[in-house]
Design a protein around this ligand. Structure first.
Ligand code: DGL
Length: 265
């Protein structure tokens, strides 16, 4: 049976790439809800409907596990999905806990980048409340990065202009760790890193999520069939070019690699 990986758009490709690298021999379905991307600027109710509709389509064929490779969708829909479906559902949340753990001892602050909706939800607020004993966590929405990623727009100058505007007024030298709390953001790791000192850590959720996935499906780390991992790319919208885009995004991120730490939920 296949493993399904789901996101609003291209962001979950950052998780797919990590899963393919570490779980050769597995068969994957990658589903992008292109009809409704982006999620992060919509309302809780709207996104909840979009998630349930998407997973209804995904679950039309038997799957062994579902990875919600989207921080926004996890905070909105994970509980309903776990209640409604018999297969394991693995979600993601911004890696605030490990970020605080490594940053507090060095006397620096943590900057969490995510979508507006993720940052607004009680799941995120509760998480920060639980782990941020010393008040060192700042949160910043970066919706423009989702749009740029969906357009496969990584032009240095364009991205710099947007990121610069978002960072205005922040004391960037105070940060020791940046949490990439949206699966679209690792595509911009290089663009973001240059605003910070070279020793500042950027952490995302891909590795932790795949650790959890491997526990759940008890995958043979060395691959059982010797065959290459196979991906069935799908989307909810009409855009015929989108499969090509997904493949391009996968190629790009596979060249760049992913990060340590991170949390799955
Ligand atoms: N990739 C998603 C996340 O991890 C959301 C992007 C969006 O659709 O706004 O939060």
């Amino acid at each position: 049976m296949k493993i399904a990986i789901f996101d609003s758009g291209l962001g979950g490709i950052t998780v797919l790439s990590e899963a393919m690298r570490r779980m050769p021999g597995e068969q994957f379905i990658y589903f992008a809800d292109t009809k409704h991307v982006p999620y992060g600027t919509k309302s809780h109710e709207e996104v909840k409907q979009n998630i349930l509709e998407s997973v209804r389509i995904i679950a039309e064929e038997p799957i062994q596990a579902l990875v919600v490779a989207c921080n926004t969708a996890t905070s909105i829909g994970i509980r309903d999905l776990r209640m409604q479906y018999p297969f394991p559902v693995i979600g993601m949340e911004p890696a605030v806990k490990p970020a605080v753990a490594i940053t507090r001892p060095i006397g620096k602050r943590v900057l969490v980048l995510a979508t507006q909706l993720t940052l607004k939800e009680s799941k995120y607020k509760d998480l920060v409340q639980r782990v941020d004993d010393y008040g060192i966590v700042d949160s910043l929405p970066m919706p423009g990065l989702v749009t740029l990623c969906e357009e496969l727009q990584f032009d240095e100058q364009l991205v710099d202009e947007y990121v610069g505007r978002q960072f205005e007024g922040l004391a960037l030298q105070d940060y020791g760790t940046v949490v990439l709390g949206c699966t679209h953001f690792p595509f911009f790791k290089r663009h973001l890193a240059k605003w910070f000192a070279p020793n500042v850590k950027m952490i995302d959720g891909a590795k932790g999520t795949v650790n959890r996935l491997m526990e759940v499906v008890k995958a043979d780390r060395h691959g059982s069939t010797g065959s290459l991992p196979n991906v069935d790319f799908r989307c909810s919208g009409e855009d015929k070019q989108y499969v090509h885009k997904m493949k391009q995004a996968l190629e790009m991120i596979s060249d760049g690699g992913s990060n340590e730490f991170d949390e799955s939920k």
